[in-house]
Design a protein around this ligand. Structure first.
Ligand SMILES: NCCC[C@H](NC(=O)CCC(=O)O)C(=O)O
Length: 448
């Protein structure tokens, strides 16, 4: 039976702005208070989705969230009508309003962790929503994320959904950004690779000193248990704490894997040789042959990787078995990174082509091509069970562009978040979107 990797890209929400909310994420911190364009951001994301669809890849869409999150503000003590809640928060606690207004759910690599049916004990595709509890503005995403995933993958025979892990930092979980899967073919058992930043319960593991490690070993282990993964098909690795301290807040800022290929910086992991050897052995027992493309620091420094987002790329398998790398424009603007990429595709390795996309609006908040997509490997029968309206087609693309143009602002700054009209605009847009994508009622304003 055929099997595919389907990329579900996050549709950027109408409140996309630069709140400077993510300590440890260099782009988010340095672009704080810049002027954003929600419309341009959404269009840039849609252009990438369309391009992949036109290249023949399976492409899906994941809906944004209701923002400002009035329910979250109410839980923090703001009261009155919805408009009053927003006004009071703006007057007395602007940082909280900004946090409750972030469009951060666009980075769907952080929506959940997914294990394909070929890897799990019951043969179903398993999803665990990420609690994202390192940052308040992201910790409020998972209840709606769970409802949206349930509406997209609404078939109990094929899909199993798990609620987010306990909402404490000891089980800090950032979803697929710290998870990669290797396999010879998408429909066959593979090796799931979990990369964590620290251990919460075992003091023998080192930890970063400057910036937080968002993902814990214990969270990754819990997900492997929930999904019913076989130890023979699981590898855990600790991210190098030194690179977290240089701004690598998720593993997908320093490594990306697909099929039988791992593309990574030489400083990405602690005990790198052991990690690669274990991946190699476990994949070999699944009938695959790992190729690790290791980028030396002489070619690209960690700092250059963080600024260009070289590794926050999409590594895609083409029909002929070779691979294509989707990188952000920032890679072409960096002379050394671009030189490295030119050499990479000229060499005899698995990566034969590089395509560049302008994702500046998202990049300025630290979200590149890989952050913007959730990968779900599906066999044909599982793909047939997905809500068909969330799979991109030329006509859905046209509909979504028209929807963005009708509802999104061209420009947004922090003071605009205080405008109660923004909430009305957001709800009107999302109400229409749930009809376009046939999601049913998934937003708090639709169900409360
Ligand atoms: N995978 C990419 C995630 C980027 C995301 N940035 C943010 O939330 C920045 C939002 C702001 O600063 O407005 C994060 O750090 O989790």
């Amino acid at each position: 039976m055929n099997a595919y990797e389907v990329n579900f890209d996050g549709l950027v929400g109408p409140t996309h702005n630069y709140g400077g909310l993510s300590f440890g994420n260099v782009a988010s911190q340095s672009n704080s208070q810049s002027i954003s364009s929600p419309k341009e951001a959404a269009r840039q994301g849609l252009a990438k989705m369309k391009a992949l669809m036109e290249m023949g890849f399976q492409q899906g869409v994941l809906a944004p969230q209701e923002r400002p999150d009035v329910a979250a503000l109410r839980s923090l003590g703001f009261s009155g009508s919805d408009a009053q809640v927003v006004e009071k928060a703006a007057k007395t606690a602007m940082p909280l309003l900004a946090a409750c207004s972030s469009a951060s759910s666009m980075w769907t690599a952080n929506a959940c962790t997914v294990s394909p049916g070929a890897d799990t004990a019951d043969g179903r595709v398993h999803f665990t929503a990420a609690n994202l509890n390192c940052k308040f503005h992201r910790s409020i995403e998972h209840p709606t994320t769970s409802r949206i995933l349930a509406a997209m993958f609404a078939n109990e025979r094929h899909f199993a959904h798990h609620a987010a892990l306990p909402a404490v930092s000891q089980f800090g979980d950032e979803g697929a950004a710290n998870h990669t899967r290797f396999s010879k073919h998408y429909g066959e058992p593979g090796v799931e690779f979990f990369v964590f930043g620290r251990s919460a319960f075992d003091r023998r593991f080192p930890a970063p000193q400057r910036y937080p490690a968002r993902q814990t070993l214990e969270a990754s282990q819990a997900i492997a248990r929930l999904h019913g993964l076989d130890e023979a098909g699981v590898v855990y690795a600790q991210q190098n704490p030194a690179v977290i301290d240089q701004g690598v807040f998720h593993n997908d800022v320093i490594a990306v894997g697909n099929g039988e290929v791992l593309f990574h910086h030489e400083d990405a992991f602690l005990d790198s040789d052991r990690v690669i050897a274990e991946l190699h052995d476990k994949l070999a027992r699944r009938g695959g042959r790992l190729t690790a493309v290791r980028v030396p620091r002489e070619a690209v420094t960690v700092d250059e990787a963080v600024r260009s987002y070289l590794f926050n790329s999409q590594l895609l398998s083409r029909a002929d078995g070779s691979m294509l790398l989707i990188v952000p424009e920032e890679c072409r603007n960096d002379e050394r990174v671009w030189r490295y990429l030119s050499q990479l595709t000229a060499d005899d390795g698995p990566i034969r082509e590089v395509k560049v996309f302008d994702l500046k609006q998202s990049m300025q908040n630290g979200g590149g091509p890989a952050c913007l997509r959730l990968r779900v490997a599906l066999r044909q029968d599982e793909l047939d069970a997905v809500n068909p309206r969330v799979l991109l087609t030329p006509s859905l693309y046209d509909e979504l562009v028209a929807w963005v143009d009708a509802h999104y602002r061209d420009r947004l700054v922090e003071t605009d978040l205080a405008d109660p009209q923004l909430l009305v605009e957001c709800r009107t847009a999302l109400d229409e979107l749930t009809r376009i994508l046939k999601l049913g009622s998934v937003y708090p304003f639709q169900i409360d």
